[in-house]
Design a protein around this ligand. Sequence first.
Ligand code: PLP
Length: 363
Amino acid sequence: MDKKLLTPGPLTTSLSTKEAMLHDWGSRDKIFIDLNHSIRNSLIKLIDGENDYQCVPMQGSGTFAVESMISSLTSKNSKILILINGAYGHRMKIMCKYLNRSFIEYEVAEDKTHDLNEIEKIIDSNTDLTHVFVVYCETTSGILNPIEEIANLIERKSLSLFIDAMSAFGALPLSCKKIKFDAVAASSNKCLEGVPGVGFILVKTDIIKIAKGNCHSLSLDLYDQWQAMEKNKQWRFTPPTHVLAAFSQALIEHEKEGGVAGRYKRYSNNCKIICNGMQEIGFKQLLVNELQAPIIITFMQPINFDFEKFYNALSQKNFLIYPGKLTVANTFRIGCIGHLNEQDMYDTIDAIKEVLNELQIKI
Ligand SMILES: *Cc1c(COP(=O)(O)O)cnc(C)c1O
């Protein structure tokens, strides 16, 4: 029996998604080419972007996709405002440094969202800004950033919005009809419940069309990847064939579940069960409910709490939780995404109670 992955990814996947990998594919063969094409189309549909967006997959983990998006779709002349309230906002900043992109940052605490008036002020006093980068669900804490409000503001200011929607895509709404953005990066192995190994960027057609020559790197060059894939529907370099086959199956299951709305519903229910159960035990949740995305939940470590012992005891019962990533407090995290249902959540809470008993931890 595999352990249940109560983490931000890689996640528990369905048996049928794993089984989809039990073949070998020729990367230049029609069967694989068609599969790749249908994945790209499905992903565009998930944002209602059929008319004006392109989907370009990129080998690697999610970070590769974000770096490909930034390096390929901005230029040396861009000036970027990065909204930071956790590690993934910081990661985009580090990328901008590596890539020699000019940026400014607006950082708030990991348990807070950005003040929209303050964003507007920063934009108004930095008239050379071209782009704003934001993380949808900041997985560091599990906080839900107000993406629609931010997107509305950025549109009003005629700037280009890029979203890291890694831990949100497929479970939180992201229709381009409602949320105006130029590019979004996500990956196969979070809310879409595929296996890890491929990311993707959804980008407005008129933005990718003018992206030639921006990227410093051949392998991360999104424009080149797009051009090649448009020409003959094939990947430039060895595609992660098995990962894509699993991804295709995972996307079919996503649609069967009712798409984004269906997945949101299951994850929200999972989240509620974990939050209520933990609260009943006496654990304190970092975020107020209004800011809590139904993705991953941060809990404060009680005083004298030995996380490693707690983790190992839970692991022996086949539940894997996640360490905290906050800079300001000792925490741990429990994810509620992946191919897990409400029974798995109740079982998790039961296992936590047993472990606390066995280790004689009083909360
Ligand atoms: C998981 C995640 C990433 C990228 O993660 P990888 O470990 O590179 O797959 C980026 N941003 C956010 C918000 C994430 O949750």
